[in-house]
Write a protein that binds this ligand. Sequence first.
Ligand code: OSB
Ligand code: MG
Length: 387
Amino acid sequence: MQARIFEQPTDTATAIKVDGVELRLIRLPLIEPFETSFGSVDSRLIFLVCLEANGLTGWGEVVASEEPLYSYETTGTALHVIRDFLAPAIVDAPITGLDDLAKRLSPFRGHNMAKAGLELAYMDLLAQASGKSLSSLIGGELKRVAVGVSLGIQPTLPRLLERVERYLSLGYQRIKLKIKPGWDLDVVAEVRRNYPEILLSVDANSAYTINDREYLKKLDDFDLLMIEQPLQNDDLMDHARLQETMSTRLCLDESIVNHRTAKLALELDSCRIINIKVGRVGGYSEALAIHDLCVARTIPVWCGGMLESGIGRAHNIALASLKGFTLPGDISASSRYFERDIISPAVTVAPDGTVAVPDRPGLGFEIDLDFIKQLTETRVYISRMKP
Ligand code: OSB
Ligand code: MG
């Protein structure tokens, strides 16, 4: 579906010959701990991928966490899979386009976040080589993207209400509350009581089962924009059963791992909104295909986040500039996550709750390599064997 946009001329003169793949792990402390139904983190071990070709460097990020809680992937599995399988497959021969890259990675089952790290870096490289912004390379049309904020589970309700107030006053267009059993109905009721008009959604990160159906149905009282991933990641059937009984739209995050599962979820009516995370689905090739599928079926799409560094965030901004992204994304300002970001300028949210889409070639931000080098805990370099 996306092939028409990206098919580079197949003569090898314009193909990109990757000289080396550099992987770096850097630790960035979070401004405050982020708690979801599956756990709490107070820093991010950021996994950067840098592709070198023709004197250019393209940057991507692997969004996996240190523990296999959101998905089975971890920074450790991604390091292994990229170093031992994926990187050798791409330094082997020049890459003629995004489809060619996706095809070369496809024999390796799963490990979408690892694959996405390479696709992201490649697309930054391709955009720079073509003198285009990443947004225009993928066919993005929006100049500014609407954003919301995802608020983790807090130690107390007053603390949550303070955070809601803070982000609304900064302009964020939608508030998403993380929920889990014991931090759900009462919390949502109180936020809604204080803010009757705001766009409000909740994200359970798989904390419930279909046996909680009657309980979850009570969320219908709060005029929520959506309920994100209430049930298990591999349970499209029960999500469909739940959607059948609820008037609030379900949105799937963890369950949608590629274009095929998106299609299946829509066929089954397991959800009526889809959150696209380029990392979760294996990169731009699948993200664009899911976007196009949702546009064709008038399913609203929004861009999810994984507490990325500025590099992953810059990719999210480019992706969210596609026309199908009609709901505010989980794309917050750098300062919402980190004291200091690894790109400059840092990502900022305007008072109208939007983020500017850069129009300079590539990602459109400077990479702060000195700071990255200073923070690097692990560095792995995979180079081409053949001349
Ligand atoms: O489920 O959307 C999620 C963060 C880490 C893992 C999963 C999720 C999240 C978020 C934060 O909700 C989104 C962000 O601001 O990056
Ligand atoms: Mg989610």
